[in-house]
Design a protein around this ligand. Sequence first.
Ligand code: MN3
Length: 386
Amino acid sequence: MEQKRVAIIGSTGSIGKQTLEVIEHHKNKFSVEVLTANKQADLLIEQALKFDPNAVVIADKSQYIKVKEALSKTDIKVFAGQESIEDIVQMETIDIVLMALVGFAGLKPTLKAIEAGSPIALSNKETLVVAGELVTRLAQENNVPIIPVDSEHSAIFQCLAGEYYSPIEKIILTASGGPFRGKNKDELKKVTPEQALRHPNWTMGKKVTIDSATLMNKGLEVIEARWLFGLDAKKIETVVHPQSAIHSFVEFEDGSLKAQLGLADMRLPIQYALSYPERLKSNFPKFNIYDYPSFTFEKPDFEVFKCLNLAYQALEKGGNIPTIMNAANEIAVESFLEGRISFLDIAQKIEMAMNKYNFIAKPDVNNYFETDKEVREELSSLLLKK
Ligand code: MN3
């Protein structure tokens, strides 16, 4: 494998940092071409000095001078602003873009990277949730591979290697169940953000950790899978598997079931997405089957964890409904973290939004952005601190 030049969009977040760990382990295979950060200028500077990229972007313009000065003794180019992230993904020297932004913010740079023809290792699931039809169609037209980083989708992607002509009966996405597995509605009424942030198996950013507690994360992943693998919603199931050892299953029409197993360590799917179609030797801790004397499986509780249900409904209705659902979820999660709404309110706010805003059956690119903006602005003024 020739050395790949990697652009990490969102390098100071959880996935971005783990991507740099992978690259550090495989310096002969990968080099860092671009790093971008939203606000964390100090960490961006530290990463830039260590990995010597061609260019960095700090989205927060007020920190441009700070970054520029800190890197003045290097030949690293420094840019600022959201627009610069959209421009930089089109740089010709990029071999693969690792898209690690969180939320709707990932959509525009992903569309720009597709336009430029860069392969994309996609960690940002919301991009496919809000505009999956558009993103996958453009990727196909531009011949751009989208390689999943999300562990469940990476598992399915790995199970499908070499199965190009094999008809799929269904895929089964595994879910850990989060910190509130087995709880009823009464018990969930008063849970705090601190409790919701205590995920049993995975260490992740705040947004996805809360999404895991509500099971919205699994709902988003169902929609993500629909677009990545071109499957009907009826062929996408979810199962609660508290050990988080099996990262997902594919069942073929002949009845054969394939699964991918590994530790709950995002560095493995990140590395696979970067090295695909090759596999690289890894120095990270490895899975030991004797640490897992039993695997258990439970049906998810769609009544208590209503968000999962809402996601299936959004997928079925299609159009801009998933966009509405996603925007409402992002604001509701933020509001819950601010202590302004309760845990169970999250699903309620999302459901209200899904019923309230105008349905557009066949959205164009502007409709997606307008829908997101409308929902986000209105709910922010209602649910967030001023
Ligand atoms: Mn996942």
